[in-house]
Design a binder for this molecule. Sequence first.
Ligand SMILES: NC(=O)C1=CN([C@@H]2O[C@H](COP(=O)(O)OP(=O)(O)OC[C@H]3O[C@@H](n4cnc5c(N)ncnc54)[C@H](OP(=O)(O)O)[C@@H]3O)[C@@H](O)[C@H]2O)C=CC1
Ligand SMILES: Cc1cn([C@H]2C[C@H](O)[C@@H](COP(=O)(O)OP(=O)(O)O[C@H]3O[C@@H](C)C(=O)[C@@H](O)[C@H]3O)O2)c(=O)[nH]c1=O
Length: 292
Amino acid sequence: MSQPIWILGASGYVGGAYQRLLESQGVPFRALPRTDLDYYNVDTLTAALKEAKPAFLVNCAGYTGKPNVDACELHKTECLLGNAILPGVLRQACEATGTPWGHVSSGCIFTGRRPDGGGLRETDAPNFSFRTNNCSFYSGSKALGEEVLAGADNCFIWRLRIPFNEVDSPRNYLTKLMRYDRLLEAENSLSQLEEFVRATWECWEKRVPFGIYNVTNPGAVTTREVVDLIKKSGVSNKDFQFFSSESDFMQKAAKTPRSNCVLDSSKLLTCSIVMSEVHDAIAKALKNWKAA
Ligand SMILES: NC(=O)C1=CN([C@@H]2O[C@H](COP(=O)(O)OP(=O)(O)OC[C@H]3O[C@@H](n4cnc5c(N)ncnc54)[C@H](OP(=O)(O)O)[C@@H]3O)[C@@H](O)[C@H]2O)C=CC1
Ligand SMILES: Cc1cn([C@H]2C[C@H](O)[C@@H](COP(=O)(O)OP(=O)(O)O[C@H]3O[C@@H](C)C(=O)[C@@H](O)[C@H]3O)O2)c(=O)[nH]c1=O
């Protein structure tokens, strides 16, 4: 029998969804918190991988900032360690031991769309990063994390983007929109959390080629469209107020700019990994809305 899958960052929002998925599929796994294994130490991690020989490692560990990425502006060391250094440590240890693995990256290393109006692809260079000097510290650190993984053997880079599902929670994009006093009008790709983890797991199950994948629900949605879906569902009938512009948002509610972007997720589809259309996924979450 193959060895259990390892999950780093299993105690987090994304890692929790991974645990639920593997549990539901009866796939043996080990959740490895930092307190049990110092996975930032390349020698410690390499030795542990050599001994346990996991069939696959999923990296859901990273530094996101709480309640949102504004906090990364105040915790730059943690942010760099979790998002830029850690992927390099994992690469070194996984390459040394021949361990296949997947890394949860973020679509927030992009802004806007492609110049031709299409969604940003896996082949496009990040345009919201320290290199382009227009980003939040969080986005810059995630783009560095991808740079560190360029050309890595045996590695998937999965880009998640503003997760949501049907469970009311401060980490859920739908909850955030219902709780913020005022909203930023923007166009974005989003990832339904359970569809994201299922799609990433399918990458490994189907042995699709290693490399970068945009793991977002096909299509794009504006904040106003999401608000309309919320109202239509009856989950909230709040009188939603909007900022007059991005600079109004920056002045009144944010410490650092946000990435608003549209990703093209067709590469995933070419591997026969299907996610539902984004408006449908939001409507479904709202239809099944429940307390945490
Ligand atoms: N949530 C989001 O909106 C999005 C998240 N992502 C990415 O997904 C990954 C997981 O995010 P999410 O689950 O939301 O994050 P959480 O903060 O909920 O969980 C992250 C987990 O990472 C581990 N960890 C390792 N180093 C650190 C550190 N320095 N500070 C804090 N936690 C650390 C912890 O697990 P333990 O203590 O068990 O080791 C923690 O539970 C991150 O890489 C993030 O960049 C990408 C796009 C959107
Ligand atoms: C603070 C704030 C945000 N917003 C908008 C901005 C943005 O479009 C959306 C989410 O912004 P937040 O500040 O809540 O979340 P933020 O921390 O920017 O979320 C990001 O987290 C990291 C971990 C990622 O990787 C990103 O993909 C994304 O999910 O809500 C408002 O409308 N009003 C507000 O008052």
